[in-house]
Design a protein around this ligand. Structure first.
Ligand SMILES: [Ca+2]
Ligand SMILES: [Ca+2]
Ligand SMILES: [Ca+2]
Ligand SMILES: [Ca+2]
Length: 427
């Protein structure tokens, strides 16, 4: 039986580890720095390693329509940020990105509300994926994802010249018709650019089509090293509120591919990738035009044509509450860490509570384990004076690779390292 020791921190107040008081002046002068930039590139962003990489050369045009690799981070209460490196040809080919972020949805795309189904009629996607409707031919049961993927949302990106250069973006729900957004010419007369808030959902979009390397043309195995070297493409910052607000620890699945301009002829560019050798799927899986893609079942193609991200907590304000822990855990917040209410920590374990600014205990918590705690005197996501390497494990990790962060100043580079070294997400 586990013996627990009760720490009564009283319910009507919070206790702070108040070392932050020493540095209020520095805090007031601190400047907020955001380490990643919405620009259609992963260069300089703390996305970390690729989550998916292309395995097949493109049969939709080298440096015209190709998907080289996927990068991303999903932060609770903030954004799902994704970069798909490569490009989509400026002939209004469709880059379709399906998102499985909440329970439910559709594993087989059904018809739209004009054709007896549940999906919005956005961009005729549901007609061509389900096979039901005036633009389709009822070839099959509906486009079907790999087992385990049930789409809840989709983004359609395309660009071309139609009375002037333009980039259009649609965002729709799958399995219900709650979301039906189409925003035309989001970069103001340009094929490329940045728009920080597109449509009612406020999706950030950056597109850079300058890639001239990556995978080459064909149907054989791709050069994955070349694919991984590409930095530019489509960057999306999708508010988590727009995709059902999945919380920390949840998994978001994404399935992306390039389709023709009428959603009726699939390329061989998928992420997660198809297995080489593989030509265009077309409308029937064998590269033939079929007027819709309702016969395609990704389960019949090797590998998973989706990739996964785990939702991570925002590091600026971390709350640990209503949970029992029975293995070693270290909780780190860049700003404030709140512990409780209803937290229990039991053997065998050593638990750590660390925060840039402040640790607060709310209510009671039970523990029979060793605790360690520390604060650093300032939010790790802001610039300021040098920090002590021992104040928090993340700071120790950063200063071991960038010693001036603990001897000179907590610079922009140190703030960026919070994300790249500690894998904590700054605002
Ligand atoms: Ca970027
Ligand atoms: Ca290429
Ligand atoms: Ca789902
Ligand atoms: Ca598959």
């Amino acid at each position: 039986m586990v013996q627990t020791r009760r720490f009564d921190t009283s319910n009507d107040r919070t206790r702070s580890v108040a070392r932050a008081l020493c540095c209020l002046a520095a805090l007031a002068a601190a400047q907020h720095v955001s380490a990643d930039v919405l620009d259609g590139s992963r260069a300089g962003d703390p996305y970390g390693p690729a989550i998916a990489v292309q395995q097949v050369q493109t049969q939709f045009g080298d440096n015209l329509s190709e998907l080289n690799a996927a990068y991303g981070v999903a932060t609770e209460g903030a954004f799902l940020k994704v970069v798909l490196t490569g490009q989509v040809e400026n002939n209004f080919n469709r880059l379709n990105i399906f998102i499985d972020s909440v329970v439910g949805g559709q594993s087989t795309i059904g018809p739209d509300t004009n054709n007896g189904g549940l999906n919005p009629p956005t961009d005729f996607l549901a007609e061509n994926y389900s096979g039901k409707g005036a633009s389709a031919s009822e070839n099959g049961p509906g486009f079907t994802f790999d087992s385990g993927f049930e789409a809840d949302y989709a983004i359609i990106a395309r660009n071309g010249n139609f009375g002037g250069n333009r980039f259009d973006l649609s965002f729709l729900s799958i399995g219900n018709d709650s979301v039906n957004e189409t925003s035309n010419d989001i970069f103001g007369g340009s094929l490329t650019g940045v728009n920080a808030s597109v449509g009612a959902s406020g999706i950030g979009v950056g597109y850079d089509n300058s890639n001239v390397a990556g995978v080459t043309g064909g149907t054989s195995a791709a050069n994955t090293a070349a694919a991984l070297a590409v930095e530019t493409g489509l960057e999306l910052w999708i508010p988590m509120a727009a995709i059902g607000n999945p919380s920390r620890g949840n998994t978001i699945l994404i399935s992306a591919h390039i389709n023709a301009s009428n959603h009726d002829f699939l390329s061989n560019q998928f992420l997660g990738a198809l297995v080489a050798p593989q030509g265009n799927l077309g409308g029937d899986g064998a590269g033939n035009f079929n007027n819709d893609v309702s016969l395609i079942d990704l389960g019949s193609f090797g590998g998973n044509q989706f990739f996964a991200l785990t939702v991570v907590p925002h590091c600026d304000s971390v709350v640990v509450a209503n949970a029992a822990f029975d293995v070693n855990r270290t909780f780190q917040a860049c700003g404030d860490l709140t512990v409780g209410p209803n937290v229990s920590l039991t053997s065998p374990g050593v638990f750590g509570f660390f925060a840039g600014q402040r640790i607060s205990f709310v209510g009671d918590f039970d523990t029979d384990t060793n605790l360690s705690a520390g604060t650093c005197g300032q939010d790790l996501c802001t610039t300021g004076p040098a920090l002590e390497s021992s104040c928090m494990p993340c700071v120790g990790d950063i200063c071991s690779v960038d010693p001036p962060c603990c001897s000179n100043s907590w610079s922009d580079a140190c703030v960026a390292a919070v994300e790249s070294v500690c894998l904590l997400d700054c605002p």
